[in-house]
Design a protein around this ligand. Structure first.
Ligand SMILES: *Cc1c(COP(=O)(O)O)cnc(C)c1O
Length: 395
């Protein structure tokens, strides 16, 4: 590369070397020094976008079942709400999400100051790390689970303890509880767990929380709440917030509400905790369209009911097909299914990709034969299952 450098750039390069301590003798040219914990951060690998597959492989009619998005699209009410805003894009959004806050407060029966809104619930996870973690703290999370929890720890130089799931992909709460010590600050539950779709039920969560010391904040990430809420055993975690416990419940508009592209989620927590996040967040962290679209979506209960119904019937189709194919799957509380392909899942992923179906596999799952498949529309599910039946015998 160095033959491409102009004289100015060469000078800049040596300047960087000097400032970075070239006398240590190990830095390659133009290396920028960063803190050790920053060097351990790994860029997030999102589900592959459909138009990227179209560009790279030249195929159309892509079915993307890789990011747990709502296959029905957004609520028509959200679309309508956003149309009216196009002429207002020169105005800053409401920094306090006033109207949406009032709507969510009423929806959840929770005081408005218990809510913290974010640029997706990812933003709240990030803020929890920035606000509450230091280099003397640690977090607990399951493995495999949502990788953004670990990123929040690494970013703030805290230790991340990952507790392996049980063989049936449920949380090992005994080991998790035994790992709590004086450094523990945040405990993350993805409930349902992404990527496995399993839950910690209300009885187990109750017992676990009784073992958690005061200083610890337990984060219950309910990104798939709307899909799971119908199950009697699913926890009523907002009750812990109402009781004033150190519990943060995360919800998002990205999944069942169909607003992933607009980026909006929130945390429900004691007002004191929310007030700290209010200091660490960016002033305008939730954009105007997201606020309006979310408020409209919240009022569209018929859309959520339809979304859940489509998911339920897709789930039954998947279960039947996986059973017929002899592929072990984990019953899901979310809008995705964790299935064992019984062969190299990356090869299955690639074979599906070349036939226009995108699913999710990841090194971070540490489960080389498993894939996560989002439940789509009946047509998308049919294409996925048809293509899966074609490729499996070849692998
Ligand atoms: C999708 C997802 C989120 C968050 O998404 P946002 O789009 O940032 O709101 C958070 N947690 C889990 C477990 C998820 O699967």
């Amino acid at each position: 590369m160095s033959q491409l450098l102009t004289p100015e750039l060469v000078m800049l390069e040596s300047d960087v070397l000097i400032r970075n301590g070239a006398n240590r003798g190990v830095l390659p040219a133009a290396t920028i020094e960063v803190a050790e914990n920053i060097s351990r951060l790994v860029p997030y690998k999102p589900g592959k976008p459909a138009d990227e597959v179209e560009r790279e492989l030249g195929i159309t009619d892509i079915v993307k079942l890789a990011s747990n998005e709502n296959p029905l699209g957004p609520s028509p009410k959200s679309i309508e709400a956003v149309h009216a805003l196009a002429s207002k894009m020169h105005i800053y959004p409401d920094a306090n999400c006033h109207d949406l806050r009032a709507a969510v407060s009423e929806h959840l029966n929770l005081a408005p100051d218990c809510l913290a809104f974010g640029n997706g619930s990812d933003d709240i996870i990030h803020l929890l790390g920035v606000t509450f973690l230091t280099d003397t703290d640690s977090i607990l999370m399951a493995h495999p689970s949502f990788v953004r929890y670990e990123a929040a720890a690494v970013l703030n130089n805290a230790v991340c303890h990952r507790i392996a799931l049980n063989p049936d992909f449920t949380y090992d709460l005994e080991v998790m509880a035994a790992q709590i010590d004086s450094t523990t600050r945040l405990i993350f539950f993805s409930n349902p767990n992404n990527p496995t779709g399993t839950i910690v039920d209300r009885y187990a969560l109750d017992r676990f929380l009784d073992l958690v010391p005061e200083r610890v904040i337990t984060v219950i990430d309910e990104a798939y709440y709307e899909y799971a809420a119908g199950a009697e055993e699913y926890p009523d975690s907002l009750q812990y917030v109402r009781e004033g416990r150190n519990v943060v419940v995360l919800r998002t508009f990205s999944k069942a509400y169909g607003l992933a592209g607009y980026r909006i989620g929130y945390g429900a927590m004691r007002p004191e905790l929310a007030a700290w996040l209010n200091r660490t967040r960016e002033p305008f962290n939730v954009n105007m369209m997201a606020q309006a679209a979310a408020k409209a979506a919240l009022g569209d209960t018929e859309f959520i009911a339809r979304t859940v119904a489509v998911n339920e019937s897709g789930k039954r189709e998947f279960y039947a097909a996986f059973t017929e194919l002899g592929l072990p799957y984990t019953p899901t509380y979310g809008n995705f299914v964790w299935v064992d392909t019984l062969r190299n899942a990356y090869e299955v992923y690639m074979a599906l990709l070349h036939r226009g179906v995108i699913v999710r596999v990841s090194d971070t799952f540490d489960a080389p034969t498993h894939m996560r498949v989002s439940i789509g529309t009946p047509e998308e599910n049919a294409k996925f299952l048809r293509v899966l039946r074609e490729v499996l015998p070849t692998l």
